[in-house]
Design a protein around this ligand. Structure first.
Ligand SMILES: [Zn+2]
Length: 449
């Protein structure tokens, strides 16, 4: 209604219609007001690290899954205690496309059709609006638009494990201490990767994880979102075959533990996932993931997702989920709102959730086990924040209804709040209808001119 009116008034501005237009906008805006009621404790992480272990298939590290070669052989697995030991672990999460650059773009946009060369709105854009620093430590695999999202970036362009040199990039205004820390880590790369064979691959990943842990410690007291991509598990799968792949995976455990500890100490969320897995023709062959014979295999499509940190539950989440759910989950866990609609949904992995009750102008009471937790009145929408999982009841307009909280929820009572009963409501409805009829008249008049 208001949109239509503004559209027509933009075409043919009418001086006499302006007060009515304003009145309509105001009557519409008043229904968008909401009262926030903090019921449980508010949780606000300092920031988040998203760790992408390039090429790590859940089939090789999750106790629930097995990995098979294309020839049917049951494959060995690797132990990663710091991945599977705690936090919220999503058992079955798949990537839409098992290809590095595309998948990294899906991860930060939540859009399965994203073009890595254009990217569009990302979780970094949403975080920057809230004053977060946007940072990245990237070992290959990302297009320029991803690097341009960042305030500070440490990036390896070269594909080789040793002998390559990371580059740094900074936006104007990035704190000087952070720039010199990124430069220090650029200079440490050579010493991490001088070993030959699998040890060189392990060192390559260890550099990325240790750099990330050090940056987290340096950023105490700052809000930040950091993307970390370690590339050597993928390289080991492609170059060394299954044995080398599993050794490179197992070698992640110790540096991953150091990163997890740095995040825990500083109240920072840690999200661990991968861009795709890895599939092998046999125990003797080198691996792949994007070629046609591999790309439909669960070994290539199913990736780990573990989230650790403030406000996150300890659980194994069942059901089938997608990589597109990660972007809204990260913003939801950081309490960052985003106008842009997501393809996926926040995963129910938090300790507490928000219940929004809409359309109860006479007020709402929230109860649990017959005990009053909170009440609010005088508005159209009430946001009860911080509710643990479980059964609650909502009392509004003389009625009670049960609500099961297991994720953020909107309870719309608009239909129930029909214009029956009090004289006050009838008068309110007459006023709203009059305003709407006046608005319709304005549109018709403008249209006819
Ligand atoms: Zn990859």
């Amino acid at each position: 209604m208001v949109h239509a009116l503004l559209f027509f008034s933009a075409l043919r501005p009418l001086e006499w219609a302006k007060p009515l237009i304003l009145l309509l906008i105001l009557s519409s805006a008043s229904s968008a007001n909401a009262i926030d009621v903090q019921v449980g404790q508010a949780v606000r992480p300092e920031g988040a690290v998203i760790l992408v272990v390039d090429g790590l298939g859940a089939s090789y590290v999750y106790p629930e899954h097995n990995a098979y070669a294309l020839d049917g052989t049951l494959l060995k697995k690797a132990l990663l205690f710091n991945l599977t030991g705690s936090g919220a672990r999503v058992v079955d999460l798949r990537v839409p496309v098992p290809e590095t650059t595309k998948s990294h773009s899906v991860l930060v946009t939540g859009d399965s059709d994203v073009d890595p060369q254009l990217l569009g709105p990302t979780i970094f854009d949403a975080a920057r609006k809230e004053g977060y620093l946007c940072l990245a430590v990237l070992e290959r695999g990302d297009a320029m638009p991803m690097l341009q999202e960042m305030d500070a970036v440490l990036y390896l362009e070269d594909n080789s494990i040793s002998g390559s040199e990371p580059i740094t990039g900074f936006r104007a205004g990035t704190p000087a201490g952070l720039c010199s820390l990124f430069q220090e880590w650029r200079d440490k790369f050579a010493s991490y990767t001088e070993a030959q064979g699998v040890a060189g691959y392990a060192g390559y990943n260890c550099w990325g994880l240790d750099a990330a842990a050090d940056i987290v410690e340096h950023l105490l007291g700052n809000h930040f979102l950091m993307l970390v991509n370690v590339g050597a598990v993928d390289s080991a799968g492609h170059n060394l075959g299954l044995e080398g792949y599993l050794e490179a995976v197992a070698a992640l455990d110790v540096p991953l533990g150091r990163l997890a500890e740095a995040c825990r100490k500083n109240n920072v969320l840690l999200i661990i996932t991968a861009d795709h897995g890895m599939s092998f023709q046999s125990t003797e062959d080198k691996g792949g993931h994007s070629a046609e014979k591999y790309a439909k295999r669960l070994e290539a499509l199913r990736v780990p997702l573990v989230v650790l940190g403030p406000g996150i539950d300890e659980l194994n989440l069942g059901g089938r989920w997608s990589e597109v759910d990660i972007a809204p989950t990260v913003l939801n866990a950081l309490n960052i709102s985003c106008d842009h609609p997501f393809e996926g949904q926040p995963l129910p992995i938090k300790c507490s959730y928000d219940l929004s009750v809409v359309g109860a102008p006479e007020g709402v009471a929230l109860l649990r086990d017959g005990r009053l937790l909170a009440n609010a009145s005088g508005d159209w929408q009430y946001n009860f924040k911080g509710l643990e999982r479980g059964l609650y009841s909502i009392q509004a307009g003389g009625e009670s209804r049960d609500v099961l909280m297991n994720g953020d929820l909107v309870l719309d009572l608009t239909d129930r709040a029909a214009p029956l009963g009090s004289m006050k409501k009838i008068i309110a409805v007459i006023i709203i209808m009059t305003i709407n009829l006046a608005g319709a008249a304005v549109i018709i008049r403008i249209w006819r001119r």
